[in-house]
Design a binder for this molecule. Structure first.
Ligand code: ZN
Length: 183
């Protein structure tokens, strides 16, 4: 017997709409958050894209507070917290809510690397619209410009020598192999 197939639910974020690329998901369920909806000002081309998607069946929902809290905790661990807008966090939290159902699976459509990074960490599926997506998992950390020490914490000033720090990417690892090995 085949295991029951999960129905895919595509979560559309702001970057997917702003990409201007056609989002062709006939017969697929599409959802976005009210915060994404509110980010787009009426009248512009992006707002028209949004209206078009709503005509195609895009629904608008809000995530649970529990899931938002979880996203805040995880994204502070990966160093993405300061890179995520409230709308970004809502997108990720909505994916967590959807994945709680046994028969549904969320796929986030986004070009935002921080959303992709947190999604990867939480085992949430994502697809990139205009870019190829991140090939590596990355964790942000900070490096002191004075003594060169690295910190996992988001420290603006080095606690050892007092110099300023800058964001760096550390701890890379493969997310998925690209292409075929025989090419
Ligand atoms: Zn230092």
């Amino acid at each position: 017997m085949n295991p029951k197939r999960k129905s895919m639910i595509f979560i559309i974020d702001t970057s997917a709409i702003l990409s201007g690329k056609p989002i062709n998901l006939d017969n697929a369920m599409m959802i976005t958050t009210s915060s994404v909806y509110n980010e787009l000002k009426p009248g512009g081309r992006d707002y028209q894209t949004l209206q078009f998607l709503i005509e195609k069946g895009l629904s608008i929902n809000s995530p649970s507070q529990d899931s938002i809290e979880k996203i805040k905790i995880i994204s502070s661990k990966t160093g993405d917290l300061n890179r995520l807008s409230e709308a970004d966090m809502d997108i990720l939290a909505l994916a967590l809510d959807i994945n709680k159902a046994d028969n549904k699976e969320a796929v986030i459509l986004t070009d935002d690397y921080s959303i992709q990074n947190v999604a990867y960490t939480l085992n949430i599926k994502f697809e990139s619209i205009s870019q190829k997506g991140i090939a590596k998992r990355f964790i942000w950390s900070r490096r002191c410009l004075g003594c060169g020490k690295n910190f996992k914490e988001n420290l603006k000033t080095c606690p050892i020598c007092g110099s300023a720090t800058k964001s760096i990417v550390s701890n890379r690892g493969n997310i998925r192999k690209k292409g075929r090995d025989d090419r």
